[in-house]
Design a protein around this ligand. Structure first.
Ligand SMILES: C[S@@+](CC[C@H](N)C(=O)[O-])C[C@H]1O[C@@H](n2cnc3c(N)ncnc32)[C@H](O)[C@@H]1O
Length: 231
């Protein structure tokens, strides 16, 4: 039945899999050079299925038993290996090259990454926090992560900053501007658009709720946007 493809699906060997959103397609592309990949909080396992189709060894995890059932249903018939558990716990003893943490909040990702020292392997981490990516940048800066890659996926007017990270060296202290402005994304097509969105959010909040911190952040965003436009 090769001719019959449901809308939004793509052919993947003998089956059809729902097409990925651009933010997950970016992650799929970044995974290409690597063998073994873990997707933490994989939900229904759509990205995991595509990665398995691409030839990677894939582990996919979910936190709750309901989520785990959904994941099992989603990847049934594929080679994806499923595990239930919190964050990195189910894969501590699994040799993986890359760990994906996408679609989780920045604080959840930060908590999950605290267990990275217990991992048997020293993987790269692909991180796509939703929605608080600008806050997560401060974690990247303050905890001394090394940015291997950084790009911003865009879809339907939304911005999805995404990092590939590795841990190197001890935490270092950064100047306020360096910690707040996410310059690692300055080559990304969506950089100015994302910062404008963050600026507008702060302008709106400041109409109702003034804090020193918000005023300072707004100033830094405006400076950076002026720098981009000037240069
Ligand atoms: C919004 S979905 C994102 C799914 C997918 N990663 C994506 O980017 O589309 C977040 C998923 O992470 C799971 N999750 C949340 N906290 C988790 C944790 N600590 N460990 C594992 N999974 C978690 C949730 O159950 C949910 O299915």
């Amino acid at each position: 039945m090769r001719g019959l493809l449901s809308p939004g699906h793509e052919r993947a060997g003998d089956t059809a899999i729902r097409r990925l959103e651009p933010r997950l397609e970016l992650i799929r592309t970044w995974c290409q050079p690597f063998g073994a990949i873990a997707d933490i909080g994989a939900h229904e396992g759509l990205l995991a299925r595509w990665l398995a189709h691409d030839g990677h060894v894939v582990w996919a995890t979910e936190l709750t038993s309901g989520g785990f059932r959904e994941l099992c249903r989603g990847v049934a018939g594929s080679s994806v290996v499923v595990r239930q558990g919190n964050g990195l716990l189910p894969i501590l003893k699994v040799p993986v090259d890359v760990v994906i943490l996408a679609g989780l909040g920045g604080q959840t990702i930060r908590r999950i990454l605290r267990r990275r020292g217990d991992m048997m392997s020293q993987p790269l981490y692909i991180v796509q926090p939703i929605p608080d990516a600008l806050t997560f940048h401060q974690v990247v800066a303050a905890e001394g992560w090394t940015v291997v890659r950084a790009d911003i996926a865009q879809y339907r007017g939304r911005y999805y900053p995404t990092w590939m990270l590795t841990m190197s060296g001890p935490p270092h202290n950064l100047e306020v501007e360096e910690a707040f402005i996410p310059r690692e994304f300055c080559q990304a097509a969506g950089y100015a658009g994302w910062l404008e969105r963050e600026r507008d959010r702060r302008r709106l909040t400041l109409r109702y709720h003034q804090t020193e911190r918000l005023i300072q952040e707004l100033g830094l965003l405006e400076q950076e946007l002026a720098r981009i436009k000037g240069g």
